[in-house]
Design a protein around this ligand. Structure first.
Ligand code: HEC
Length: 122
């Protein structure tokens, strides 16, 4: 009896988390995530280095971004950095796209053509 209601409770929690995730201000769909991974590796990589260790632009590795506020990084991607080569991606990326990209960069960015990690789908 106790075990059964625990099960029901757990199912409720899982459903809540899943619904919450989907309802979150437009978390990109899995197909869009794959496009974003490709884009970051190709386009962002042309300046930030193919391994994102830095080039013309600074490294976008978890270590490099660790102490930086997420919102500021999202704004940098959307608005660019005037007076530097960092271009604005507003119009190419939605804010949800940019937020997802920053989140993945901070975790260690997925390989292009690889599977999007399960953690990223949450
Ligand atoms: C044309 C070259 C170029 C491209 C393309 C480019 N960046 Fe940048 N990016 C830069 C430069 C240069 C800077 C450093 C600006 C400065 O001096 O503050 C920068 C800064 C940043 C920062 C801030 C890093 C920090 O440590 O504060 C982030 C985040 C960033 N870029 C993400 C991206 C993402 C994501 C993309 C692709 C969607 C991208 N950039 C594409 C050149 C580029």
């Amino acid at each position: 009896m106790v075990v059964r209601s625990l099960g029901v409770m757990l199912a409720g929690v899982v459903a809540f988390v899943m619904l919450g995730g989907a309802a979150q201000a437009g978390t990109p769909a899995p197909e869009r995530m794959r496009e974003l991974v490709h884009m970051v590796r190709q386009d962002c990589g042309s300046c930030h280095g193919l391994t994102l260790q830095g080039g013309l632009g600074p490294a976008l590795t978890p270590q490099a971004l660790r102490d930086k506020p997420v919102e500021a990084l999202v704004i940098t991607v959307m608005a660019g950095r005037p007076g530097t080569p960092m271009p604005p991606f507003r119009g190419i990326l939605s804010e949800a796209d940019a937020a997802w990209v920053i989140e993945q960069l901070m975790r260690g960015f997925p390989e292009d053509g690889g599977t999007v990690p399960a953690a990223a789908l949450r």
